[in-house]
Design a protein around this ligand. Structure first.
Ligand SMILES: [Zn+2]
Length: 298
């Protein structure tokens, strides 16, 4: 049975794990990353984190927040690790460990992990949306990730749901992420009530308590998300749409509306076959390791 190393680069830490083909984690190592990073310091920590696992893996898959250049294996820059710039991540790891290395953004890795090990792993194709601080996405067909040119495809969070709508973190108005994401919910709530909420849990607790403004924001956000998904379903014709990420913990509060709005607005022929649901929240490291399993199958 093949084994793969998955590396999840987050804002404050790097996690490397060894998995078997069933997705079972056999070993792992976690290293915190300091604030004052530069390329050399970061690479040393990264290599030290992977090293204890390297002898057993048949390849290394790496996921990090974008933007990145997956053709050339470069981490271009990082919002959370400001000292990093044009880091030749793939080349450095290949040289160090003499193993094949694949590198994708973390949303794409999450999508691939869900497609391989998640709710609808037996379907032909999956559109996966990561609902969290923002909205990420990925599309996997026959076990292969669609990454787009240089690896920044399926940025569904920045597709427009409301023309001329609320300003998004990307600087443009009306992105679905402005209406259905932790950032979006908190901003909309603060606009309407001048109340600052700290996280999605607080927002969803208000919904559970029947706070009318929170309910309205969630309802409108759900419709905005449904219409972004509608557009993507017509473009991609996936067999399954799967929602993952922290916000899916509250799927009971919006899932029914979301699913029925998607189903009632897509072509009937697509609706007949489409599966929709909330997946599990698999680890980022497993998603990254799925890059190895995916390439092994090609
Ligand atoms: Zn945007």
């Amino acid at each position: 049975m093949g084994k793969a190393i998955g590396v999840d680069i987050g804002g404050g830490s790097i996690r490397a794990s060894l998995f078997d083909e069933s997705g079972k984690e056999l070993n792992s190592k976690l290293s915190p990353t300091p604030e004052d990073l530069n390329n050399d310091k970061f690479l040393k920590i990264l290599k030290d984190t992977i090293r204890p696992l390297a002898s057993e893996g048949q390849g290394i898959g790496v996921g990090s927040p974008g933007p990145l250049d997956n053709e050339n294996g470069l981490l271009l820059s990082s919002a959370n690790m400001k000292g990093l710039k044009n880091l030749p991540l793939k080349e450095e790891l290949k040289k160090e460990f003499s193993l094949p290395v694949w590198y994708e953004n973390d949303a794409n890795c999450a999508a691939l992990g869900e497609a391989y090990f998640g709710l609808y792993k037996d379907t032909e194709s999956q559109l996966i949306l990561t609902l969290g601080t923002g909205v990420g996405g990925g599309f996997v067909q026959r076990g292969v990730l669609f990454s787009g040119y240089l690896g920044n495809g399926i940025e569904i969070g920045h597709t427009t749901s409301v023309i001329g709508g609320a300003i998004c973190g990307c600087g443009v108005r009306g992105c679905v992420e402005s209406y259905f994401s932790t950032r979006g919910f908190l901003r909309r709530y603060s606009e309407k009530t001048n109340t600052h909420l700290n996280n999605a849990e607080e927002f969803f607790q208000l919904v559970r308590n029947k706070d009318q403004i929170a309910e309205e924001i969630l309802h409108f956000g759900t419709l905005a998300l449904a219409h972004a998904v509608r557009g993507a379903v017509h473009l991609l014709n996936p067999e399954a749409v799967v929602f993952v990420g922290g916000i899916t913990k509250s799927y009971d509060l919006f899932g029914k509306t979301l699913e029925s709005e998607i189903r009632s607005t897509i072509f009937p022929v697509l609706n007949d076959r489409l599966k929709i649901g909330a997946g599990g929240n698999l680890s980022g490291a497993l998603g990254a390791a799925s890059l190895v399993f995916s390439k092994e199958k090609v």
